[in-house]
Design a protein around this ligand. Structure first.
Ligand code: SDX
Length: 380
């Protein structure tokens, strides 16, 4: 009898959809959004323009960008009934659980929550993307005992988040750094959370359910949760000189080093390169050079020890230092990833809805057949 074909564990290498949004070449370390190299976008674009690019498959004209920006800013403020629920939450709730819950709650205040024609799905996606910063920032204010702050629609997406979080307008440097982080995290092919969103919407379920599921997936430490794991690791290393021994000890124990390795990239993630430059500059500006030096030392040790296995820094490795230097608490790192990736997840929902077929893979049954039903009094 011929052996059953091997199942690609974790669906590794399986092409499960087509997209016009991001292209990744894992061997060469290339990432493009609609054909534009990520380095060009992080250097010259902003998050609002990047969202337009992903959703419309082209860069906007000046008038189109102004119109889209106005549309986004018009949705910065979630319904009051949603925001007042924040003050009922446990102050020690984890921000990713809060974000997941509040996205789900938004559906209860939508008069047509299940409408998933492409136009309605776009409208709901924009509302969720635009209001996520107010939710995350004001939950952090609430747990610190600070009064909530309303969004300021004269500010960009990046400026508005930092303004609500800190109660004062960010410096141009910090706002630009955060804007670049949002660009870099916006989309990335069929990663686990994006696949989750596409699988859910493929049942013709609703946008809220699909994005709630995606947030749940991203929280995982093997996925978006790694940036918090990187910061935990950096905090556990007492000094730059201690970094090598720390990493070697983990490698000997076959522990995973958070922020390294990737299912697709077998060389340095191009986003890590951009984030490394940002982290280096911000660390110098904010007196956190030891944090950056620890990270750089870890990268050198990993290159020497496992570079040959294709294990290099991914997007999460230097984003940790960057977010820390911007002044974000550790447990807000993954919510930052989610706020940005709401753009990519939504773009994929729109792609799925425009040419949908229900995802339903098969499974190979390897259990027994023709078993008797044993009555309870005859069971051991
Ligand atoms: C993101 O998919 C995306 O695009 C995701 C993402 C996006 O933008 O959406 O890029 C964002 O999720 C980045 C990844 C963040 N996760 C981490 O940093 C967690 C640590 N990394 C891993 O656990 C791992 O690298 C994965 C999960 C990211 C990928 O793992 P794979 O492809 O399933 O590879 P594997 O677990 O089969 O590992 C292959 C080998 C193993 O060694 P052997 O058993 O063959 O000897 O590589 C080793 C692993 O032990 N390995 C690592 C390692 N990652 C893989 N060894 C040490 N440290 C690591 N980080």
């Amino acid at each position: 009898m011929t052996a059953a074909p091997a199942i690609p564990k974790g669906l590794e290498g399986v092409v499960a959809a087509e997209t016009e949004m991001s292209f990744i070449n894992g061997q060469k370390g290339i990432l493009e959004y609609v054909g534009i190299p990520i380095g060009e976008l992080s250097a010259h674009s902003n998050f609002e323009e990047t969202v337009f690019l992903l959703w419309n498959r082209r860069l906007p004209s000046k008038a189109e960008l102004d119109s889209f920006t106005r549309e986004l800013r018009g949705q910065y403020d979630p319904p009051a009934a949603v925001m007042q629920r924040i003050s009922e939450l446990p102050k020690d709730a984890q921000p990713m659980h809060v974000l997941r819950t509040m996205i789900s709650l938004l559906a209860l205040y939508d008069t047509t929550p299940n409408a998933n024609d492409v136009a309605s799905a776009r409208e709901k996606s924009l509302k969720i993307l635009a209001s996520a910063p107010a939710i995350v920032a004001n939950f952090d204010r609430y747990r610190r005992g600070e009064a909530p702050i309303k969004p300021d629609d004269s500010l960009s997406f990046a400026e508005n988040f930092l303004y609500m979080l800190n109660g004062k307008r960010p410096t141009a440097t910090m706002a630009r750094a955060f804007d670049v982080c949002m660009i870099l995290h916006a989309d990335h092919g069929l990663n686990n959370s994006t696949f989750t969103a596409r699988v859910i919407i493929s049942t013709l379920s609703d946008v809220y359910s699909a994005l709630t599921g995606a947030v749940g997936s991203l929280r995982g430490p093997l996925h978006g949760g790694a940036n918090e794991g990187v910061m935990d690791m950096l905090n556990a290393i007492p000094s730059v000189d201690a970094a090598e021994a720390f990493v070697m000890d983990k490698l000997v124990r076959k522990d995973r080093i958070m922020g390294f390795g990737h299912r697709v990239y077998k060389t340095k993630d191009p986003r890590a390169t951009d984030l490394q430059s940002l982290a280096k500059q911000l660390a110098e500006d904010t007196g956190n050079t030891a944090l950056y030096e620890k990270s750089h030392r870890i990268e050198q040790v990993m290159e020497r020890e496992v570079g040959a296995k294709g294990i290099y820094p991914n997007v999460d490795f230097y984003s940790a230092t960057t977010y820390h230097c911007i002044g974000l608490k550790l447990d807000l790192f993954t919510p930052m990833f989610a706020m940005s990736r709401l753009a990519g997840w939504s773009g994929h929902l729109l792609e799925q809805l425009s040419d949908n077929r229900l995802y339903r893979p098969t499974v190979r049954y390897v259990g027994p057949h023709n078993q008797p039903y044993t009555p309870m009094d005859q069971r051991s």
